[in-house]
Write a protein that binds this ligand. Structure first.
Ligand code: SF4
Ligand code: SF4
Length: 429
């Protein structure tokens, strides 16, 4: 595998904007599923008083993380939210009381070994903050008879255009990131640590390199500005030269990858015991008058966040939760911000007449050139259209990481990445 990928305009106009706390909303709606694990059962009912950090959702499934209240206030009801997967998840609706009282008993967890560390991380409600939402305790709880892990990679590439939350995390929460690394190293017995940062963040590279030099065993790796540099398999290859094969995970190659903001949260949690109740996110796009980075209580509506950034709702055509390449179109701005939302982008209406229409494939090969994992998107598209499962399997559609590079470069405007997602779903049925 070589990193092909594409060069994108970064549009990281919020990189030098320090994070601001979002004014407390008067209500939040907190989903019971905010990771890729099993949904939680609701632990509260209408009329209950809740406090910041109180557990309001939990599950007995290992592949799940609990959910905590981001505010103090009163539960006004249990509503339902339609997820992009088409499933419906329960949400706890809370009217805030403005006091932000924290529940008693918040204190640093007692950790003595890997098991107690993984239990503490699960209790914190931690999942990957980069967008994937993989439960962090599951990643740390690898079977050490099966996997021999010797390397930790901190993913600070942040290769999606517009997003700068990880960049701000590195500048504003540096010590917590290194505390998080120290806890992971100690409890998982990992020797080598690499922090991979794209070269478009020179201040973060400089700051973290200086800190790393004081610690030992931690190396900052400046990475080419090429999308999708932050994709897990691409990052593992570019930093260690190890190839994570089809159907395998980085631990098969002795590597654990975690996002830099997740690492910063772990440092904070181990020092304070406050579970995951808010997150840093970027608000940007040409429909936003005041692009910014904000710290948002989980469960706040996207509308409230966009309003804070002075979004022109009338002139806006669409909003995206996440980055422009891998983010999800928002159909309802009242949807709540979850643990996986690294940003929200709002874009103005475009002149549709000037937009090129989709045409037949002209066999230019640009999609193949762009694909970071060496797939042939044009062949996969044809196979999907013909519902040809054998070819889809043979051409390894399961390796597609949905990075969107093929769609982006296609002069015929074919929906290649989207078809691959549908093709993977087809193979699962
Ligand atoms: S979306 Fe899939 S097929 Fe397209 S470039 Fe990315 S990995 Fe390759
Ligand atoms: S980039 Fe588009 S036009 Fe070119 S080969 Fe791929 S699908 Fe065809």
């Amino acid at each position: 595998m070589s990193l092909k990928g594409i060069i994108l305009r970064h549009n990281k106009n919020t990189a030098q904007m320090p994070s601001e706390p979002l004014p407390l909303p008067n209500k939040v709606s907190i989903p019971m599923q905010q990771s890729i694990g099993a949904p939680c059962d609701v632990l509260v009912k209408k009329g209950d008083k809740v406090l910041v950090g109180q557990k309001i959702g939990d599950s007995d499934k290992y592949m799940s993380v609990p959910v905590h209240s981001s505010v103090s206030g009163t539960v006004t009801g249990i509503s339902e939210l339609l997820l992009v997967s088409g499933k419906v998840c329960k949400c706890v609706d809370i009217e805030t009381d403005g006091e932000q009282k924290v529940i008693d008993g918040i204190k640093p967890p007692v950790v003595t070994d890997r098991d107690s560390f993984c239990r503490a991380i699960k209790e914190s409600g931690c999942c990957g903050l980069g967008g994937a939402g993989f439960p962090t305790h599951v990643k740390f709880g690898f079977d050490d008879k099966k996997f021999s892990v010797d390397t930790l990679i901190i993913n600070a590439a942040e290769c999606e255009p517009y997003l700068t939350g990880d960049h701000r995390e590195m500048l504003e929460n540096t010590d917590s990131i290194f505390e998080g690394i120290a806890h992971i190293k100690k409890n998982l017995g990992i020797e080598n640590v690499y922090i991979g940062i794209e070269k478009n963040k020179p201040d973060a590279i400089k700051l973290l390199s200086e800190k790393a030099a004081q610690q030992g065993g931690i190396k900052v790796v400046p990475l080419k500005e090429k999308y999708p540099q932050g994709a897990e398999k691409v990052l593992v290859y570019n930093i260690t030269g190890r190839i994570v094969k089809e159907g395998k995970i980085p631990a098969d190659e002795g590597v654990i990858v975690i996002n830099v903001s997740t690492c910063g949260f772990i440092g904070d949690y181990m020092r304070t015991g406050m579970p995951l109740v808010s997150r840093r996110m970027t608000v940007s796009g040409d429909a936003v008058k005041k692009p910014c980075n904000v710290i948002v209580p989980l469960g706040t509506s996207f509308k409230k966040v966009l309003k804070f950034a002075e979004c022109d709702f009338d002139g806006m055509e669409k909003a995206i939760a996440g980055g422009p390449m891998m983010g999800i179109d928002l159909f309802d701005l009242h949807d709540p911000v979850c643990k996986t939302h690294s940003g929200v982008l709002a874009f103005k209406k475009k002149n549709k007449e000037k937009e090129p229409l989709q045409t037949n494939c002209i066999r230019c090969g640009r999609c193949i050139e762009a694909c970071p994992v060496g797939l042939m998107p044009t062949v996969l598209e044809k196979a999907f259209d013909n519902k040809d499962r054998e070819t889809l399997k043979k051409m390894k559609v399961s390796l597609c990481m949905n990075c969107g590079s093929c769609t982006y470069v296609c002069p015929a405007k074919r929906n290649l990445a989207e078809k691959n997602q549908l093709a993977k779903a087809l193979l699962r049925t």
